[in-house]
Write a protein that binds this ligand. Sequence first.
Ligand code: NAG
Ligand code: NAG
Ligand code: NAG
Length: 347
Amino acid sequence: MGGVIIFILLLTSVKSQHNNVCSRPELDDNIDTSGIQRFISPGVEVALSCKQGYTPVLGPRKIVCTVSGQWTKTKFQCIPKLCPYPDPVTNGEMYYEDTTYQSMINYTCNEGYILTGSSFSVCQANGTWSSSAPLCTPVTCGLAPIPQFGLVIYSRRVRGGTVDYGMVATYSCLPPYAVFGKATAECTASGYWTETPECEMVMCPPPENIERGYVSNNNKLEYDFKEKVRYGCRGDYVLEGSLEVVCQRDGKWSEKPSCKAPCSVGIQRGRILYKGVKTWIEDFNPNVVLHKDVVSVYCMNKVMKCGYAVTTQCMDGTLNIPECFEEPNAINYTVHSNLLPSEIEQC
Ligand SMILES: *[C@@H]1O[C@H](CO)[C@@H](O)[C@H](O)[C@H]1NC(C)=O
Ligand SMILES: *[C@@H]1O[C@H](CO)[C@@H](O)[C@H](O)[C@H]1NC(C)=O
Ligand SMILES: *[C@@H]1O[C@H](CO)[C@@H](O)[C@H](O)[C@H]1NC(C)=O
């Protein structure tokens, strides 16, 4: 009895094969074919569905095995599901090519930051990411070491006993101590500070005197770091350079000024223009102009027959009289003074 049934089934199947049955349809990889048999009889309808992580598009979704043993046509497709665009990571980077099912995001933290959480995330079948973005928290250092007689100022506010990567500490020392080494240190990515400077005592010897001048107080044997003294010049000498000098880190004074000599106007007869006033040289008493002062003498334009003022400057005791200046003889100066270049019409 059982044998007969088996024989009949076998016969039917062999017969169907010859009778244009449809073989399993050739479908896209992303279409779920797990429920479809190897051979399907004409007239049978198969509903298509997508594998996990894929979404159906186009259609029809059903294909039918026709009597000719061919499947009806369909444009049915399964496209990968999309995960949302990931949010950027503060103080870190993320790398991904796609946000479709099974794509991966890799996360890294910037130098000086530690990653907490997962360094990667995968787009899952239901369109969500397997893990949320990690946190990048800064590496911390302890408080900056302070040398004896030293002070430290931080670049940002400090809370508690640690500071974040990138914090800068600026050192100073209480006088007479001076900072030796780099005056700033930084909390590095390794969690340690760069080198701490030292405070060393600095003294300068008494400041030197300057020629034709004096120094305010040089009655001490030693001067502290950053201590200042002032210089001055005697008489009509003019101070050039810095009025104040300071005791420097290297135990030497900053550059001292010098005293520059006054000049006299080297003409016997004529009129000069000095500080906006026109004066006969014999009335210019005393005949002294200071270093860097400007004086004018008058020259004649012989073609135009007019006079003009030419300036010259006192430079440390030297005042050059312009070449165009011609000194008149005593007669011309006294009798014909109205014809001098300073008195006639100006060009
Ligand atoms: C993410 O990391 C994995 C493993 O290190 C690597 O194979 C993959 O190419 C990386 N992906 C991207 C987008 O950088
Ligand atoms: C998506 O799938 C993952 C893994 O199977 C699961 O943990 C998560 O709860 C699912 N999320 C939603 C919104 O269904
Ligand atoms: C004196 O004045 C006359 C006439 O203006 C002139 O010719 C002569 O060269 C002058 N002499 C001097 C030395 O300036």
